[in-house]
Design a protein around this ligand. Sequence first.
Ligand SMILES: O=C([O-])[C@@H](O)[C@@H](O)[C@H](O)[C@@H](O)C(=O)[O-]
Ligand SMILES: [Mg+2]
Length: 422
Amino acid sequence: MNDQLRITGITVTPVAFRDPPLLNAVGVHEPYALRAIVEITTDQGLTGLGETYADEGHLRRLDRAARALTGMDVYALGAMYQRIAAGLADDTGADGSGLTGLITSSSTVDRVFSPFEVACLDIQGKAVGRPVSDLLGGAVRDEVPFSAYLFYKWAAHPGAEPDPWGEALDADAIVAQARRMIDAYGFTAIKLKGGVLPPEEEIEAVRALRAEFPSHPLRLDPNAAWSVPTSLKVATELDGVLEYLEDPTPGQKGMAEVARQSPMPLATNMCVVAFDELAPGVAQDAVQVVLSDHHYWGGLHRSKLLSGICETFGLGLSMHSNSHLGISLAAMTHLAAATPHLSYACDTHWPWKDEDVIQPGVFAFADGAVRVPRTPGLGIELDRDALARLHEQYLACGLRNRDDTGYMQRLHPGYRLRSPRW
Ligand SMILES: O=C([O-])[C@@H](O)[C@@H](O)[C@H](O)[C@@H](O)C(=O)[O-]
Ligand SMILES: [Mg+2]
């Protein structure tokens, strides 16, 4: 019996989708966010989808990997990982600042492997008639809760019409943004992207959120914009208000210093972003919660490995997000459903986008959560017209690498990157 499912073709399509001017510690989102859509076809006619970053260096590596994987069996994930690792042995440099959450130290092999693994799991699920969550050990929850991800933002990109969210540059506007997002999606946890305004103003915004939403767990994430003393001052002032403080200060050493006196746990998607960063992070007790992200932790199986390591060493587990489309949401949802140790609402940029490459209707948020698809594979369908349109948009928009800092500097030439800023 031929029980193999051979990869006959892999296409990698870069796309661009509209993105509002969301502010962060290193600048502002450009008018389009970039993603790459990976589609794998097989000799039995089954196809699978993956989604990842689309910066130029990453695209070049994806193309190399796609050539190397063609002809392989979709069940041979371990061999695929080894083949990608061997192929990239001379090509592991970082891909710029924006890919993986304002850090560059994630593993190149894990980043490149991830979308292919997800697409193969999509195919495996379709082949056996089971959802991807079943292939990961089975769902332990029917619904996955996500958090309301708030951003300081401008009303519009310069020269463009205001977007529907409007300007948010103070505490009142952040509360209004939260109200609107929670009314629309029902989120039961809130994350504020900080590192934008002086810390006192961000503390004021968090306190205003607490007053307006007394029972929502709150998080603040300044992306390492603060010194150790500033981090400790903010942590002390927000004692009893935050469920965790995310990446207040740069590096494991600084985080460990803050963690020793912080009243709340510290979380990270900046100083522990690869397997070789876990041991020193644990040894220094630099973080108490790791934000997993299958896009740079090497796919869904390796994210479950991360979960096991976190559980073993008493670390909490949450989930990180970058601007993403529906294929990523599907993968995140299946992974979260099949990860018992994940005990926080996951991050998602979902409410900030208004276009996609998948057929609509799969992910309807209710009470801040999405139902885990029970259909085979990821449970989503590609919308080919939308894919073509978003690819045209990629070609036309001229953006080739995420560059929040460069965009800010073009608009405000005096803007300088400083870490820590406060
Ligand atoms: O979208 C953004 O501006 C975020 O700051 C993103 O780049 C981060 O990776 C992320 O969401 C985080 O939690 O640090
Ligand atoms: Mg973060």
